[in-house]
Design a protein around this ligand. Structure first.
Ligand SMILES: [Zn+2]
Ligand SMILES: [Zn+2]
Ligand SMILES: [Zn+2]
Ligand SMILES: [Zn+2]
Length: 342
């Protein structure tokens, strides 16, 4: 009975599959153990214990051992005997998977036979791409495709790249230009860069210059310029106009029913006059308005999340937001310092 191994660890061992077979018998078949050891010694192999219950055989500097490999079905790794059938043929799947899915396993067996006939390696995924030796399961799991650094160099020869400008050799951190050329290019870019210009907000007092394509020195200036130039009222007007035209044509405002529902729901859940904690934005920053009493009068205490040390009080949320805006305007210098990249 000749054994058949799909996964001979090193294909060069295929010349002497008998060694692997005998090692397998030593490890697995108790009755044939003694004969196998005798036969290996007769053939001139030196035997040495390798791990529990197994030996390695060496001759002329070559060492043979049984290996472990992955089961492609369940992804776990097992010693060789988990893959051997009772007829002594190595199956692609482990014994457990063969028991669990007998019909599928038989199909796989036929498919593997067909692959071998066509010269396709059913275990190509688990072999070193350079020397075709079976990889250790942990290496396969880590996604490594070569057995050693020597093999990975054969597989992936080092690419030598050159500077696009002067042709000198690049190291792996340099992408296109060498250090000299890259420095030169950076200087040139700096020289040709557009000159910094003043903030586009006419009432800006910070005196900072901004580099194009930036327009404003801070978030503060963005909002202030949009307010003073009437940008917000313009878009609001445009929106109202669109709604007006829509109403003239169709008799009601866009999405009338859903708007009504939303308003009713909002009024119920968050009545406008009820003092509850509310959220909002001041100068584009998140703000909170918490109900607070002052002199026996119900009102709100408001603060901006980023600058919670500034607190104001007013009877309404709207009034509170206005005070917050004014307070932040006064604190403008510190605002700009804290947010230079608005
Ligand atoms: Zn399995
Ligand atoms: Zn290799
Ligand atoms: Zn260069
Ligand atoms: Zn500005």
């Amino acid at each position: 009975m000749a054994m058949k191994f799909l996964s001979l660890r090193d294909p060069k061992d295929a010349e002497e599959p008998g060694v692997i077979e005998l090692l397998y018998l030593i490890q697995v078949k108790d009755k044939q153990r003694k004969e196998a050891i005798k036969e290996l010694e007769l053939k001139g192999y030196d035997l040495a214990p390798y791990s529990r219950n197994s030996y390695e055989a060496s001759r002329d500097g070559k060492v043979y051992r049984l290996w472990q490999r992955l089961c492609p079905k369940c992804g776990r790794s097992f010693p060789l005997d988990y893959f051997m059938s009772h007829r002594g043929h190595e199956h692609l799947w482990c014994a457990e998977c063969r028991l669990k899915y007998p019909q599928e396993a038989d199909k796989v067996r036929l498919h593997v036979a067909w692959q071998l006939e066509k010269g396709i390696d059913p275990l190509a995924e688990q072999r070193c791409r350079a020397c075709a030796q079976l990889l250790w399961p942990s290496k396969v799991k880590r996604g490594q495709r070569t057995c050693s650094s020597a093999c990975s160099e054969i597989w992936k020869p080092k690419v030598v790249r050159h500077c696009e400008n002067c042709g000198s050799r690049l190291n792996k951190n340099q992408k296109k230009l060498c250090k000299v050329c890259a420095d030169k290019a950076r200087e040139e870019r700096a020289l040709n860069a557009p000159a910094p210009r003043p903030c586009a907000n006419p009432s800006c007092t910070s005196g900072k210059l901004v580099r194009p394509p930036r327009l404003y020195c801070s978030r503060y200036c963005v909002v202030e310029h949009k307010m003073t130039s009437g940008f917000y009222s313009q878009i609001s007007e445009r929106g109202m106009e669109a709604i007006h035209t829509y109403k003239q044509v169709r008799g009601e405002i866009p999405e009338y029913t859903s708007r009504v529902e939303t308003v009713i729901r909002n009024n119920k859940e968050r009545p406008p006059r009820l003092k509850i904690e509310r959220e909002g934005k001041v100068w584009g920053k998140e703000a909170r308005f918490v109900p607070a009493l002052q002199g026996g009068v119900k009102g709100y205490e408001g603060y901006v999340l980023d600058f919670s040390h500034i607190k104001v009080w007013a009877k309404t949320k709207k009034g509170c937001a206005a005070l917050l805006r004014a307070a932040l305007r006064e604190q403008r210098v510190s605002l700009e310092q804290e947010e230079p990249n608005a």
